[in-house]
Structures are given as structure tokens and as C-alpha cells.
Design a protein around this ligand. Structure first.
Ligand SMILES: Nc1ncnc2c1ncn2[C@@H]1O[C@H](COP(=O)(O)OP(=O)(O)OP(=O)(O)O)[C@@H](O)[C@H]1O
Length: 290
């Protein structure tokens, strides 16, 4: 899933803001996904009839077994892939290509190895605001590098950074273009547990502070419970006695835990185990991985 990450990310960074389109959606919500389907084989769609909305400032995670189509949905939202049928709208406009209105972070950080941290982020900032002069770009870059605690490494190249630091740069870059929406495809998947926890905390703090709208793929149930306001549960496509049934959205779970939750106290909160068991039960008995 990750081999084409740098191509996808570069496309997302350099593409112009999508032009307005005429289609208007009847559903409410900042992001609207309507009856999305993707089929590589016409008779066996990976998923079908996927509809959901995300409100402004909401953090939504999607969970499902490998192959159910999570990355495909994220790529369609990023404008890097097209659905076989259905529509996606953000802020009233149809998504029909990559746009700097949507920041994307992949599992592999997809930094340009020949550029320093500052230059990697400045590249994105210049694409977003071509009229800005160098001092303004530098100030802006420094602000977001500081946000992820990387000022001491700002003039280093990716090869001089640890995996966690590189992932922080990717997050700083996504935030620096001040997108209307952040799309995160397992951004912490390649990190060790300790680093992952620290960056989860940082991401949560920045998201809360900036009221960022986020759509994130994760395989980690605790990560979803910590970060998400709502968790989308997806089933895999499967053969049944009645024939092939495409994958789809089985359930949308609202996170009842207080938004002020932290990683350290999560396990002590009322409702945590009920929520966790519900999601794990879904994955074990209803999601049907192949
Ligand atoms: N270009 C392609 N051609 C054919 N099939 C594809 C293509 N891209 C993805 N698929 C298939 O579509 C299905 C969904 O892929 P996708 O990467 O969206 O799943 P996912 O839920 O993100 O999986 P993972 O959790 O492993 O990343 C998989 O069965 C995959 O093999």
C-alpha cells in the first residue's frame, strides 16, 4: 500500500486547489461521502454503498481488516483516486482531484531526501502561498516545526533523522499548509510504541488547538479510541451463500469518552472497556477478513 506514497504525496502537495464544480449534495456535513463504490473487477466491488459525513472540527477514524478499502477511500478523498460510483464533497464542492485544501500524511513520511526539514516544509508552503516572500515562509515553517518539537533539527536532512522525527516533519508539513481537512493513512504505523504514543499526544494537542477536521486510518483500536470522536467500522467483501457481498460501512460508533481524555487515563475511564470490546468483537466476528 505504501510504495507509491511519495508520488501520491507529491501530487497532493503541488496540485492546485480544485476548481468549484456544479454538483450539489443533499447531505449535510463538512465532508460528505455518498454511496461510494470501488470495483477493480466489475462483478466484485471491493466496497459499495459507503456513505458518511464528517463535521467541521471532527476527528473520525476508520477501522477494518486489511483489504476492505480504507486506503482506497482515503485516496478518493485526497483526490488521488476515483471511485467507480458515488460522490465526495468537501465544504460544498465536489472532490475531483488533489488539492492543497486537504493535507495528507502517509505511513511512510514521503519527504524529499535532498531537502532539509525547513526546505521540505517550505516547498509545500510556497505551493500553497506562491506570493509569500522568504522571511514570511521561514517564520511560518519555524512555527510549525516548533509545534512538533523539531526546531533543533530544522536544518537537517531526512537521513539524519529518526523514523519518529521524519513522521513529525510529515505532520508539520501537512499542518503548515493549513488544510481544511487532514487525511492520515496510518501515520504512526511504522513507529515503535513509545514514539507512537508521544506523537499521538502531540497530534491530539495540535488538532484540539487548531480545531482541525481529520479523517484517519488506523489498525490500532486504542489509538482510535484515544483520538476519534467517531469510529467507522468497515467490513470486507466476502462470498456468501447468496453470492458475493461487497464490503462496506457496517457501523458508526460514537466515542462517549470525554474529549479531554489522555493516553495515560484512557484505561481508567468509564465506558472505555465497553467501547474497546465492541470494536474488537466487530473485528473478530463481523468484519470478516480474508
Ligand atoms: N490498483 C489496484 N488494482 C487491483 N486491486 C487493487 C488495486 N488497489 C487496491 N486493490 C485491492 O483493493 C482492495 C482494497 O485495498 P485498500 O488498500 O484500499 O485496502 P485497505 O483496507 O487500506 O488495506 P490495508 O489495511 O492492508 O492497507 C484490496 O483487496 C486490494 O488488493
Amino acid at each position: 500500500m505504501w510504495s507509491d506514497a511519495s508520488v501520491r504525496e507529491s501530487a497532493a502537495l503541488v496540485a492546485p486547489v480544485s476548481a468549484p464544480t456544479k454538483k450539489v449534495s443533499p447531505m449535510s456535513g463538512f465532508l460528505k461521502v455518498e454511496q461510494l463504490a470501488k470495483a477493480y473487477q466489475a462483478d466484485k466491488p471491493v466496497f459499495a454503498d459507503v456513505s458518511f459525513t464528517i463535521d467541521k472540527g471532527e476527528f473520525v477514524c476508520i477501522i477494518g481488516h486489511s483489504g476492505c478499502g480504507k486506503t482506497t477511500i482515503l485516496n478518493v478523498l485526497a483526490g488521488l483516486d476515483t471511485a467507480t460510483s458515488g460522490n465526495c464533497f468537501m465544504d460544498g464542492r465536489e472532490i475531483n482531484g488533489p488539492s492543497l485544501e486537504r493535507g495528507v500524511v502517509f505511513q511512510s513520511h514521503a519527504l524529499m531526501p535532498w531537502l532539509t526539514v525547513r526546505q521540505n516544509i517550505a516547498f509545500a508552503v510556497k505551493s500553497r502561498w506562491p506570493e509569500w516572500k522568504t522571511p514570511q515562509i521561514n517564520l511560518h515553517v519555524e512555527k510549525f516545526v516548533a509545534l512538533v518539537g523539531l526546531l533543533p533539527a530544522i536544518d537537517k536532512k531526512p537521513s539524519q533523522l529518526s523514523g519518529g522525527m521524519k513522521q513529525r516533519v510529515g505532520i508539520a508539513r501537512a499542518f503548515a499548509i493549513q488544510p481544511k481537512m487532514l487525511l492520515l493513512d496510518e501515520p504512526f504505523g511504522a513507529l515503535d510504541a513509545l514514539t507512537r504514543g508521544t506523537i499521538q499526544d502531540e497530534l491530539m494537542a495540535i488538532v484540539r488547538e487548531t480545531h482541525q477536521t481529520v479523517f484517519m486510518i488506523t489498525h490500532d483500536v486504542d489509538e482510535a479510541i484515544l483520538l476519534a470522536d467517531r469510529i467507522l467500522l468497515m467490513t470486507n467483501g466476502q462470498e456468501t451463500d447468496q453470492g458475493y457481498r461487497p464490503g462496506g460501512m457496517a457501523e458508526v460508533v460514537v466515542n462517549p469518552l470525554p474529549r479531554s481524555r489522555t493516553r495515560a487515563q484512557l484505561h481508567h475511564l468509564d465506558g472505555y472497556y465497553d467501547l474497546r470490546n465492541h470494536i474488537v468483537d466487530f473485528l473478530v466476528s463481523r468484519a470478516k477478513a480474508h
